[in-house]
Write a protein that binds this ligand. Structure first.
Ligand code: PEP
Ligand code: MN
Length: 305
C-alpha cells in the first residue's frame, strides 16, 4: 500500500467510516443508502413526480443534476440554482436527503446551501482545486471514480478531501472506459470487496451510468449489493423516453419500485437492510395541497414517516 494513503487506508482509523446525511440517510452502516432520481432536474413537476415515487418505493436520498457535465456544449446543461431549490423542496417534502453534482469550485458554497451531499462527477475526479474546496467543508462528498482512473488515483483523490479535514467521503464505482462498447462503461464490481479491504470509506455502485441500458440496471444493482456495496445510485425518470439526458439508462417509476422489492432479500443476505419506506403521500393533507407548507413542516422538524 503506497505511503501516500495516509488518511484513506483501512487502518488509518479504528473503525469504518459511516457517512451521515442531514435527514438520516447513512452510508457505511447496517442500513443501505439508496439514492435515486433523474439524471437532470428538468422541471418542478418532473422532479417532484420522481421524488414522490422513489420515496414511496424506499429510497432515502434524492439525486438530480442541477449543473450537468455534458460532452457537447449544445446539450442540456441543467437548470442551475433553480434546480437546487427544487431539489431541496422535493427532498424536504418526501423526507429524502439530497445529492447533486458540483463541477466548479466557485459553486461549492451555493450547492452546499441546498444539498446534503456534494457529488464530484467522473469527469472531475482529478479536479484538484474542486477536491480541495470540498475538503475544506464538512458536508458529505460522493466521489465518483474517474472515467479511466485506477484505484490508486481514485483513492488519492479521496485523500485530497480527507486532507482538507473532511472525512465524510463515499466512493462511487460507476464503470470505467473499456475497449468494448456493448455497455456504456465496464462496471468494475471487484472494487467493492477490494476497497472494503483497502479503505475505511463506504463504497456504493451506480449501475445506471455503468450499463447505459435501463433493462441491465436491476440485475447489476442486485449484484452490487450482493458484493457488499453500502448503497446504490440509480437514475429514475417519470418518462425516460423524453428525458433531456440519460433516458436510455433511466428506470421508470414502476421499474424502480420492482427493483426495490427485488433488493430486499439481497440486503438481508448481506446482513444489511434497506431504508424504511416513506409513505407515498406527503406529510399531511394540508401539505399535499400546498407544497410550500410541506417544506415548512419538515423544517419545523415534523417527522416525514
Ligand atoms: C450523473 O450522475 O448524472 C453523472 C453525470 O455521472 P458520472 O459523473 O458518473 O458520469
Ligand atoms: Mn446521468
Amino acid at each position: 500500500m503506497p505511503q501516500s494513503y495516509r488518511l484513506v487506508r483501512r487502518d488509518a482509523r479504528g473503525e469504518r467510516t459511516i457517512v451521515r446525511l442531514r435527514g438520516g440517510a447513512t452510508f457505511g452502516g447496517d442500513e443501505i443508502a439508496i439514492a435515486a432520481g433523474p439524471c437532470g432536474v428538468e422541471s418542478r413537476e418532473q422532479l417532484d413526480t420522481a421524488a414522490r415515487a422513489v420515496a414511496a418505493a424506499g429510497a432515502n436520498v434524492l439525486r438530480g443534476g442541477a449543473y450537468k457535465p455534458r460532452t457537447s456544449p449544445y446539450s442540456f446543461q441543467g437548470l442551475g440554482e433553480d434546480a437546487l431549490k427544487m431539489l431541496r423542496e422535493s427532498g424536504d417534502r418526501y423526507g429524502l436527503g439530497v445529492v447533486t453534482e458540483v463541477m466548479d469550485p466557485r459553486d461549492v458554497e451555493r450547492v452546499a446551501q441546498y444539498a446534503d451531499m456534494l457529488q464530484i462527477g467522473t469527469r472531475n475526479m482529478q479536479n484538484f482545486p474542486l477536491l480541495r474546496e470540498v475538503g475544506a467543508m464538512r458536508i458529505p462528498v460522493l466521489l465518483k471514480r474517474g472515467l479511466s482512473a485506477t484505484v490508486q488515483e481514485w483513492l488519492l483523490a479521496a485523500e485530497y478531501v480527507l486532507l482538507g479535514g473532511n472525512d465524510n467521503v463515499v466512493l462511487c464505482e460507476r464503470g470505467v472506459r473499456s475497449f468494448d462498447q456493448a455497455t456504456r462503461n465496464l462496471l468494475d464490481i471487484s472494487v467493492v470487496p477490494l476497497l472494503e479491504e483497502m479503505t475505511h470509506l463506504p463504497v456504493i455502485v451506480d449501475p445506471s451510468h455503468a450499463m447505459g441500458i435501463a433493462r441491465l440496471v436491476p440485475p447489476i444493482a442486485v449484484a452490487s449489493l450482493a458484493a457488499g456495496a453500502h448503497g446504490l445510485l440509480i437514475e429514475v425518470h417519470p418518462d425516460p423516453a423524453n428525458a433531456l439526458s440519460d433516458g436510455a439508462q433511466s428506470l421508470d417509476c414502476a421499474a424502480f419500485e420492482r427493483l426495490m422489492r427485488r433488493l430486499e432479500p439481497v440486503a438481508a443476505f448481506t446482513g444489511r437492510r434497506l431504508p424504511k419506506r416513506y409513505p407515498a403521500s406527503p406529510v399531511s393533507d394540508d401539505s399535499a395541497a400546498s407544497p410550500d407548507s410541506a417544506v415548512r413542516s419538515s423544517k419545523r422538524g415534523v417527522k416525514l414517516a
